[in-house]
Write a protein that binds this ligand. Sequence first.
Ligand code: PGA
Length: 250
Amino acid sequence: MHVRRKLIVGNWKMNGGIAALGEVAAVAEAARGAAGAEVAICPPFTLLAAAVTRAGGLVAIGGQDCHWDDSGAHTGSVSAAMLREAGARLVIVGHSERRAEQGETDSLVRSKAERALAYGLQAIVCVGESEAERQAGRAAERVSGQLAGSLPDPGGEGELVVAYEPIWAIGTGRTATPADVAGIHSAIRRSLLDRFGDSGGRIRILYGGSVNSGNAAELFAVPDVDGALVGGASLTAAQFVPIVEAAAHS
Ligand code: PGA
């Protein structure tokens, strides 16, 4: 039986300037007293190095994406090697907004995850169904297809994390019910055990989609929910810290 410490990751998306670095410092201060959970923030690339300094080692700082290559003619991209050098400890790959806006496919997401893991970063691979897929009763099938195509081969899992984020719950104020989350997370766990054997039991599975201080404790009580990927409610320490505390006490 693996003990999985809860991991709470803030995804700032394309939000936050220099003034927002004070929020990183405030979350870091709170994380000092919440040793039961691991805390991370993924700010825009422009703030990454400064955020590492303000986090003081109490909050891990990560990227929101990386390229599959180390360097070269890829205008506008940032590599896992660069993230690592800037002090990042993790990176989100395959977020549904990138899958939709940048047309990222499962195999592209897999290449990015593999490169990030090779650099010793935690790679948070995002999966999740659309509203239409859910209504058609195809949520589990969709997620299992994304896992099959987006995860590395056995032996390459390193510091892999999976985030289940139903697209219809992101930024909408709607969350999946604990029963729905339980069903999908246990199916994800079975896929991870099938693919990676025993080490599939230590991979954390985060829930994402309108997590806030009001619903966090209920979600963290669901088996196989090992933390959260938080968008809107991660932008201020006032909203993010109660989620971290709910995880630390769950
Ligand atoms: P949300 O975003 O918490 O604002 O719904 C979650 C995410 O997209 O990671």
